[in-house]
Design a protein around this ligand. Structure first.
Ligand SMILES: [Zn+2]
Length: 525
C-alpha cells in the first residue's frame, strides 16, 4: 500500500523566508536564481521601488471632455474592470485599506516593500475638498506606518498628519514619492504650497494635446497657456512633471499628433520628465460616440496607431521616461479602432525591433535584471532649456547608453523669472533644485543592505549629488551690469534643495541637508 503523504502548500512569502534563513545559516551562498523564481513579476520592483496605486472616491470632475465616459459610482475616466479600481471598490474607496491590501499582496508575492511610491488616481486631485485630501493622505501614511503589524484604519478621528509624516521617516514602508493627477488649470502657487505640505513630489498633468483648437473641440476647458504656466511653476518648485497625452483626439490626425509630440520634446515651454500615452479610446455613453455615429469622427485604425506610436518613440529624448503606453479602458468597452489592442507598448516595441531601432527613453534603458557589478560606468550630462530655466540631466550608464544605473535631474531656475516660487518657499531662493535622484536595480531592502548585490547603495547616488553640487557652484556668478552700474547681474546659488519625499529625508540628513519649507536643503560654501 502506498504511503499517504500530507501536502502542505506554503505561501511564496514563507518560501522566501525559508530561503533567506537558509542563506543566513549556511556559509555558502544559495542560488540567486531560486530567489528570482520565487519573486513573482520581478519587474514590479526592478526599478527600485514598488508602486502602490490608490483611488480617490467618486467625485464630480470639473471637466466635460467629450471622450470621457460617464459611469455610475466610479471616478470618471476609469472603468470598473481595471484591477486598481476593483481593489478600490472592494475597499469602499478607503485609502488605508487599499494601501494595506496592495502592500500585503506585494509582500506575499516576494517583493521588498520598504520603498513605496504612492500614486493617487481616480480624479482631478486638486478638485477634491482640502479636508478630504488631507484625510486621504493621512490614511495612506498611516497604512504604511502600521504595516504589517497592526491594521487599524482610523475612522473619523482627526489624524495628526505632520506626526504621521514624521513617523514614516522611520517606518518599515517608507514613502519615497507621491504622485497625483491633476489638470493644468488647477495649478497655481497656492496649490503648489498645499501640495508640498501633503508631501507630493510628482504631478501628472492631463495635457492631452498642445493644440488649442483640438483642446477646444474636445471641451477640455483649458488652453495651452495653462499647460505652459503649470509646467513652469511645478518645475521651479522641484516637482517631477508627467504629461498624459492622448493621440487620436477629435479634430486631430496622425500628422498633427506627431507634430504635437515633436513640439513637447523640443519647445522649452513643455519638455515633461515623464510621459503617459493614452491613445483615445472610443467608448459608448460619450459625446464623441454621437459624433462617431453621425460619421463626423473615426478612431485610428490599428495600423495607424502602431505607426504613430513608433514614430513618437523615435523622438523620445534620453531624459524622458515613457511610463505607459496603454488604454485604461478594457478593450471590450471600446467600440472600434487601434486602441483595442491590449499590449500597445509591446506591439510598438516589436515594430521598432523589426526596423532595427530601440526606444531611448529612461524606462527602456533602466538596468533592471542586467545589472553587472563589474561593468564600467560613464557619467553623462545633458543640458537643456526648459520653462525659463536650465535642466541638467545626469546619469551613470554603460558606454552605449543602453543600461542606465542612476539618474539625477538638476534644475537651475533663472532667478528673475522664477520669482513666484521663492515667495512661497524662501528656502528655494537662490537655490538649485534637485527634482529627482534615482538609482536602479533590484530594490535594496533598507534593513538588509549587507546582502544586497543590486545597483543601489553603491554610492552612485552620492556621486551624482557631488556632481550636482559642483555644477551648482560653477553656475553661480556675479558681475556688474553694463546698464545699471550700481546693481549687479547675478545668478547666485547659495544652496541646493531637494524635493525629497518623507521616507528619503534621513538619507539626505546624513549628507548634511536640513529640512526647510518641506525641502531638504544644503548650504554651499
Ligand atoms: Zn522607452
Amino acid at each position: 500500500m502506498a504511503k499517504k503523504h500530507k501536502i502542505t502548500c506554503l505561501k511564496t512569502s514563507d518560501l522566501l523566508k525559508i530561503y533567506h534563513e537558509t542563506n543566513k545559516s549556511e556559509s555558502k551562498k544559495a542560488s540567486p536564481h531560486l530567489e528570482k523564481l520565487l519573486v513573482k513579476r520581478p519587474m514590479r520592483s526592478l526599478s527600485g521601488i514598488v508602486n502602490v496605486s490608490v483611488l480617490t472616491k467618486p467625485y464630480p470632475c470639473p471637466g466635460k471632455c467629450i471622450f470621457c465616459p460617464t459611469q455610475k459610482n466610479i471616478p470618471k475616466s476609469y472603468l470598473a474592470k481595471e484591477p486598481a479600481v476593483q481593489r478600490a471598490i472592494l475597499n469602499k474607496f478607503n485609502p488605508y485599506q487599499q494601501v494595506w491590501m496592495r502592500l500585503l499582496s506585494l509582500k506575499e508575492t516576494g517583493h521588498p516593500i520598504d520603498k513605496v511610491e504612492l500614486r493617487i488616481i481616480g480624479g482631478t486631485w486638486s478638485y477634491y475638498p482640502k479636508r478630504y485630501q488631507e484625510w486621504f493622505m493621512a490614511q495612506c501614511h498611516k497604512a504604511c506606518n502600521d504595516f504589517p503589524l497592526k491594521r487599524v484604519p482610523a475612522q473619523s478621528t482627526k489624524l495628526n498628519f505632520v506626526k504621521l509624516q514624521r513617523q514614516n521617516e522611520k517606518a518599515k514602508c517608507r514613502l519615497v514619492g507621491i504622485a497625483i493627477e491633476t489638470r493644468p488649470d488647477y495649478i497655481n502657487s497656492k496649490e503648489i504650497k498645499w501640495m508640498r505640505s501633503l508631501g507630493i513630489t510628482k504631478a501628472e498633468l492631463g495635457v492631452q494635446s498642445i493644440d488649442n483648437k483640438v483642446l477646444n473641440l474636445n471641451q477640455r476647458g483649458h488652453g495651452v497657456k495653462e499647460i505652459i504656466e503649470a509646467t513652469h511653476l511645478l518645475k521651479d518648485a522641484g516637482f517631477k512633471v508627467s504629461y498624459q497625452m492622448m493621440p487620436g483626439l477629435y479634430g486631430s490626425n496622425v500628422k498633427k499628433d506627431l507634430a504635437v509630440f515633436k513640439e513637447i520634446f523640443t519647445n522649452p515651454d513643455f519638455k515633461p520628465d515623464y510621459l503617459k500615452i493614452y491613445p483615445l479610446a472610443l467608448v459608448k455613453n460619450t459625446k464623441l460616440y454621437n459624433l462617431y455615429q453621425q460619421g463626423k469622427f473615426k478612431p485610428y485604425s490599428e495600423k495607424e496607431l502602431t505607426k504613430l506610436l513608433v514614430e513618437i518613440k523615435k523622438l523620445i529624448p534620453h531624459w524622458v521616461r515613457v511610463e505607459r503606453v496603454i488604454r485604461d479602458i478594457p478593450s471590450g468597452d471600446i467600440v472600434e479602432g487601434g486602441s483595442k489592442i491590449l499590449n500597445l507598448r509591446e506591439v510598438a516595441l516589436a515594430e521598432m525591433a523589426k526596423q532595427g531601432i530601440s526606444c531611448q527613453c529612461v524606462r527602456c534603458r533602466e538596468v533592471k535584471e542586467n545589472y553587472d557589478a563589474k561593468e564600467k560606468l560613464y557619467l553623462f550630462k545633458e543640458t537643456y532649456e526648459a520653462s525659463a530655466g536650465q535642466e541638467i540631466f545626469l546619469s551613470f550608464e554603460n558606454k552605449s547608453r543602453t543600461k542606465l544605473y542612476a539618474l539625477l535631474r538638476l534644475r537651475l531656475p533663472q532667478s528673475s523669472v522664477a520669482a513666484e516660487i521663492p515667495l512661497i518657499f524662501p528656502a528655494l531662493k537662490e537655490a538649485a533644485i534637485i527634482r529627482e535622484l534615482h538609482t536602479y536595480g533590484q530594490m535594496a531592502q533598507i534593513n538588509n543592505l549587507k546582502n544586497h548585490k543590486g545597483a543601489q547603495h553603491k554610492g552612485l547616488g552620492k556621486k551624482l549629488l557631488q556632481e550636482a553640487e559642483k555644477i551648482t557652484k560653477e553656475s553661480s556668478y556675479k558681475k556688474t551690469c553694463a546698464k545699471q552700474r550700481r546693481s549687479t547681474c547675478a545668478e547666485q546659488r547659495r544652496s541646493i534643495a531637494v524635493i525629497s519625499a518623507i521616507g528619503v529625508r534621513p538619507y539626505y540628513r546624513k549628507l548634511f541637508f536640513k529640512l526647510k519649507d518641506t525641502y531638504m536643503v544644503k548650504n554651499l560654501k
